[in-house]
Design a protein around this ligand. Structure first.
Ligand code: ATP
Length: 314
């Protein structure tokens, strides 16, 4: 297995306009980690997603969606708790608002017992996000256990901060995430999130926090900058990639797509510039298509946006 990841995947009900006006909603599978899993699977990598789903049609839907994308599943179906649900309200072209119904969900009951077997089976990379530890005390315990176990087993640990202000405070996020950063080989964050991994919060710049993390043993500190692209800080210095110029129609999922692209080239042994380039390319696919992951490219489609740049019509 190339990559193991775990977390909560929900049913996302997407509107095309203000929710208060009602209208048609479309049903999608949504979860930061499974978004990354789909992105990697489409590029031909072997990837396993572990998590819990309710024993309900929503859970069937999520399971079918991920299986159809070629993601290997280590799923426990929980008869006592429902699959989590969220509404994603397209309020304006640039602004989507999420409303979660995930408290007490099956996915938030994820525990270390769910991860023991997948971790034993191993993978080249364990990909974690900072969403999972926000879900429950059990999920926090599972998150820490997985990071420690994977690092001890020599797996590459990748951590995307993915701060969710609706789930917890920055103080709680920092207390949970900063101690785990030392197990990570790759950390990925937006520029306003990186500070959550610092043991000296509020004192440093992004570059200062990156240096602190490199000092702890992190090899790649990757900072996503939205339409401005991304930076990577490594022992060799700082690299930058510009975003790929596309028309943004739906920015949700850009970060997860970027991560899938970055990890894909890491698995292939490419250098940091190539990792950043494919990250930006997948981010551009995500923002220029509707859905969190539906528009992500298969390997033979990676050149599509480049041909658009060159004025192609294929
Ligand atoms: P989200 O939480 O919505 O998934 P994020 O904040 O984690 O997003 P961003 O920094 O917004 O992540 O986007 C990730 C990457 O996607 C960027 O580094 C960039 O390469 C690409 N990207 C984002 N927005 C645009 C855009 N408008 N046009 C082209 N590429 C973009």
């Amino acid at each position: 297995m190339d990559v193991l990841t775990f977390g909560e995947t929900m049913v996302s009900l997407r509107s095309t306009g203000p929710l208060a006006q009602g209208g048609t909603l479309t049903m999608h599978a949504a979860g930061a980690e499974s978004n990354v899993a789909v992105g990697l699977a489409r590029l031909g990598h072997s990837v396993r997603w572990a998590g819990r789903l309710g024993r309900d049609p929503h859970g069937d839907f999520v399971e079918r969606a991920l299986r159809a994308e070629g993601v290997d599943l280590a799923v426990r179906r929980d008869g006592g708790r429902p699959t989590g649900v969220m509404f994603l309200e397209r309020r304006t072209a640039d602004l989507s608002r999420a409303y979660y119904y995930r408290s007490g969900s099956a996915g938030s009951g994820l525990s270390r017992a769910d991860l023991e077997r997948p971790l034993e089976d191993g993978a080249g990379i364990l990909h974690l996000t900072g969403v999972t530890p926000a879900l429950s005390a059990e999920a926090l315990d599972a998150f820490v256990f997985a990071a420690e176990t994977a690092a001890a087993r020599g797996m590459v640990v990748s951590l995307d901060v993915n701060y969710r202000g609706k789930l917890w405070s920055r103080e709680d996020a920092r207390a949970a995430l900063a101690p785990v950063a030392r197990h990570a080989a790759v950390v990925i964050a937006s520029d306003d999130e990186l500070d959550l991994l610092s043991g000296r919060p509020g004192t440093g710049s992004v570059a200062g926090t990156a240096a602190e993390l490199l000092g702890l043993g992190v090899r790649d500190v990757v900072v996503k900058l939205g339409a401005r692209g991304a930076d990577a800080y490594t022992a060799d210095g700082t690299s930058h990639v510009d975003a790929v110029a596309v028309e943004a129609v739906d920015t949700v999922g850009a970060g997860d797509a970027f991560t899938a692209g970055y990890l894909s080239v890491l698995l292939e042994g490419g250098d940091v510039a190539a990792r950043l380039r494919r990250g930006a390319l997948l981010g551009a696919f995500a923002v220029s298509t509707a859905g969190d992951w539906e528009g992500l490219p298969r390997r033979d489609e990676l050149g599509l946006l480049e041909s658009l740049d060159a004025g192609g019509t294929d």
